[in-house]
Ligand binder design. Structure first.
Ligand code: HEM
Ligand code: HEM
Length: 196
């Protein structure tokens, strides 16, 4: 039976006992990770759908609404992170790798705020509101500006490639820790683990 790990509880790594992220941080991590995969897949599908068709409108609605959901979750996540610092890495963790991991994480935080914001600014600067699952419409909160709308879409289309690179490095590092080094780093973020 799987058990959840209390915040800050020690996790048995390959060589040493290390503490894991708190349950809210872990839940937010995996929720945003799953939503990120869905939102990118929807984003890729948008250009393939013919303009002014219901299928394109549905893809756009779902992409934008899930993107706005990610924005809300990321804002909450940043506030949570500032009030709940993660447990320290093991003392023998190489300093250069810790720096690289922190940089990768910080950039992921920034990009997962910039992507939905640029998506919203693109619509708002063109004078359009953004529908959230057809339930509420978020009005344009900035003055109309075709130039800004173009900059925003350029940021949105370019930002995706930074995300692919950062996530690829991030997942590769997590798998390397789990499979090669077996040092308990992946377990710091897992929702639960088996005892023993
Ligand atoms: C974390 C949030 C988001 C991510 C990761 C993301 C990512 C993407 C990706 C990968 C594409 C496909 C780009 C391409 O075809 O090369 C895309 C397209 C698009 N996204 Fe987002 N997006 C996010 C949020 C949003 C939001 C909140 C909005 C609007 C409110 C939005 C509006 C759009 C639009 C309109 C397109 C089509 C652009 C075009 O083909 O000209 N996105 N997005
Ligand atoms: C299979 C996919 C993934 C795995 C295995 C994974 C694994 C991990 C692990 C083990 C950590 C904790 C690292 C540490 O102990 O210092 C972590 C942190 C983090 N991950 Fe992921 N991750 C995945 C996908 C993603 C995705 C898609 C995103 C972006 C949305 C993401 C964003 C982050 C961020 C921002 C942190 C830093 C958390 C903090 O310190 O507040 N991860 N991830």
């Amino acid at each position: 039976m799987a058990v959840s790990i209390p915040p800050g509880a020690p996790v048995q790594g390959g060589q040493a006992e290390i503490a894991c992220y708190d349950p809210v941080a872990r839940a937010l991590h995996w929720l945003v990770a799953v939503l990120a995969v869905i939102v990118v897949a929807l984003g890729w599908a948008i250009p393939g759908a013919p303009r002014e068709t219901d299928s394109r409108e549905l893809l756009l609605l779902l992409h934008r609404s899930l993107g706005v959901s990610i924005l809300g979750l990321m804002v909450f996540r940043v506030v949570w992170r500032l009030r709940h610092p993660p447990p320290p890495l093991p003392q023998d963790f190489p300093r250069i790798e810790a720096l690289a991991a922190h940089a990768d994480h910080a950039l992921l935080y920034v990009l997962f705020l910039v992507m939905p914001l640029s998506g919203y600014v693109n619509a708002a600067a063109a004078g359009h509101s953004v529908s959230f699952f057809g339930i509420v419409a978020i009005p344009p909160l900035i003055p109309e500006s075709p130039g800004l709308a173009q900059v925003a879409v350029a940021v949105h289309l370019t930002g995706q490639f930074l995300i692919y690179g950062l996530v690829a490095v991030h997942v590769a590092a997590a798998l390397m820790h789990a499979i090669v080094r077996r040092n308990g780093i992946l377990e710091r973020m897992l929702p639960s683990r088996r005892p023993g």
